[in-house]
Write a protein that binds this ligand. Structure first.
Ligand SMILES: [Zn+2]
Ligand SMILES: [Zn+2]
Length: 208
């Protein structure tokens, strides 16, 4: 059983400030039985290996799991399979009738209309989620986080939620579907960073 499920079931000793609900897996049903989608946090449950729990409080284990998962995201955003190092095959989809102002879209079930996919041609690793997954290792987004005192690689428990908020509370503007072009605007402390991405899924314009 995963670390988060154990923590949510009270099977791990509570640590100070532990709050893990926002990283529930996408398939976790809500009380009405509908699929639950995370409002915050990247859409992968932090992995838990036995060694990651050993000798740590729940908070420390959570931080370790977050950083471990985040390192995979950083590699995958750069097109490198985090499991075998092969070049990932990347693609993007855009929901054509997206209406997710407060929650998830009835048409696609996602909070964001632009979704990123990366599949490894060499192993079973794949990645699906909001387009920020393609941007987390971009220099400008890393710099934006650090400029606001946020460590984008190994944040302390106190700042994990703030990093997640920058990663997930972003605005997206689809400029063109074919060829694809979209602008993603991240916010922190009243500042914004806009990254425009073209059909090659590369950042072609930066605005701060
Ligand atoms: Zn949609
Ligand atoms: Zn692989």
């Amino acid at each position: 059983m995963s670390l988060l499920r154990r923590a949510n079931r009270g099977e791990l000793p509570p640590g100070p400030g532990v709050e893990v609900l926002h990283r529930l897996p996408r398939t976790e049903p809500d009380p009405e039985g509908r699929p639950r989608r995370p409002r915050r946090g990247l859409p992968r449950e932090p992995p838990a290996a036995p060694a990651g729990v050993q000798g740590r409080t729940a908070s420390e284990a959570y931080e370790a799991a977050w950083t471990w998962a985040n390192l995979e995201f950083l590699a995958e955003a750069a097109g490198v399979c985090s499991r075998c190092s092969a070049a990932l095959s990347e693609s993007v989809t855009v929901c054509e009738s997206h209406t997710a102002e407060e929650d998830v879209c009835a048409a696609c079930g996602n909070r964001h209309a632009v979704q990123f996919s990366a599949d490894c041609p060499n192993c079973i690793n794949d990645l699906r989620g909001p387009f920020v997954l393609k941007l987390v290792s971009h220099t400008e987004l890393l710099a934006f986080l650090t400029a606001h005192g946020l460590n984008p690689v190994a944040p302390s428990r106190d700042s994990v939620a703030a990093v997640d908020a920058v990663h997930m509370d972003y605005e997206e503007e689809v400029c063109s579907r074919e060829p694809f072009e979209a602008r993603f605007t991240f916010s922190a402390d009243g500042d914004t960073l806009s990254l425009t991405v073209d059909d090659d899924l590369q950042v072609v314009d930066v605005e701060r």
